[in-house]
Design a protein around this ligand. Structure first.
Ligand SMILES: Cc1cc2nc3c(=O)[nH]c(=O)nc-3n(C[C@H](O)[C@H](O)[C@H](O)COP(=O)(O)OP(=O)(O)OC[C@H]3O[C@@H](n4cnc5c(N)ncnc54)[C@H](O)[C@@H]3O)c2cc1C
Length: 248
């Protein structure tokens, strides 16, 4: 009764982000990539508008290429390089229920009801909503307000799921851009500085293509897709840009 109509996309899929991130990590290591964990980038140094060095709390690295893929902290990393990136961070909360036998097929999402809800393979439901009242900052604490509002929506439109116990709730940052589309580009004013940020809540599913496109941009090859709409400079022109509406 809560729904008037719905669309179904048979080619949609889902992936476990922990497993996928680990798979990329293992594959990158096999290809010779070196990882430096628990190391904070503090400064990015340039000379004559070219990237020169990254300074961390543990080391200094001479380099001529830096990729700003700092998620919720992309704006701060940009400022270290003297590049103004018009993105901000916004808390989004989510919860997981106890597992039950499969009752739901595809993920259910409603923009008007402010909910996405998916039963994952082992039977738990992942349920989240956005909160237009949260400030633009780095807060990722969990709130009673989220639990309260989420429970109200679920019991109204998915009453069976409303009977389940909540196992855990957590929060993370969406890195939001003005048009809610990613920024995948070089910074023309600073040679060697590249950006993959502003994913506005969609960065996981865009990750494989983003990696490919950015590697092509860095290697000065023709990108597999036209990425001109994702250039940082779109926000500096007077041209109207299209805002992505499907963000919960
Ligand atoms: C609740 C929730 C649900 C979501 N659901 C989906 C979904 O269903 N589908 C989807 O596609 N996306 C989803 N997203 C969005 C997705 O998680 C992000 O877009 C994606 O993780 C961004 O990846 P990233 O690699 O750009 O940034 P991150 O994964 O945030 O990685 C950035 C890294 O940079 C590091 N870093 C930052 N500053 C520094 C510094 N100074 N020095 C060193 N390291 C630094 C951080 O520690 C972090 O490891 C969701 C997000 C949230 C919060």
């Amino acid at each position: 009764e809560a729904f008037l109509m719905a669309t179904f996309c048979p080619t949609d899929g889902h992936l476990n982000p922990f497993l996928m991130t680990d798979a990329y990590y293992q594959a990158a290591k096999r290809l010779g990539v070196r990882f430096h964990f628990f190391e904070n980038v503090l400064e990015i140094k340039s000379e004559n508008n070219k990237i020169k060095k990254v300074v961390t709390d543990k080391n200094e690295y001479e380099t001529d290429v830096v990729v700003n893929a700092a998620g919720g902290f992309a704006r701060e990393i940009g400022l270290m390089a003297g590049i103004e990136i018009p993105v901000y961070s916004e808390k989004h909360e989510i919860l997981v229920t106890e597992p039950i036998a499969r009752i739901q097929g595809p993920m259910v999402m409603s923009f008007s009801k402010n909910i996405y809800c998916q039963q994952v393979p082992h039977g738990s439901f992942l349920i989240g909503r956005g909160d237009p009242t949260v400030p633009h900052d780095h807060d990722i604490t969990s709130s009673w307000r989220f639990l309260d509002l989420m429970a109200k929506t679920v019991t109204e439109i998915l009453p069976k799921i409303g009977e389940l116990r909540v196992i855990r709730q957590w929060a993370g940052s969406y890195n939001m851009s003005p048009d809610k589309q990613p920024i995948i580009s070089e910074a023309p004013e600073l040679e060697g500085f590249y950006m993959a940020c502003g994913f506005s809540g969609h960065g996981f599913m865009f990750a494989p293509m983003t990696g490919l496109l950015l590697s092509e941009i860095i290697l000065k090859r023709k990108p597999s897709l036209d990425v001109s709409n994702y250039h940082l400079h779109r926000f500096k022109t007077n041209k109207a840009y299209e805002t992505e509406k499907s963000v919960v």
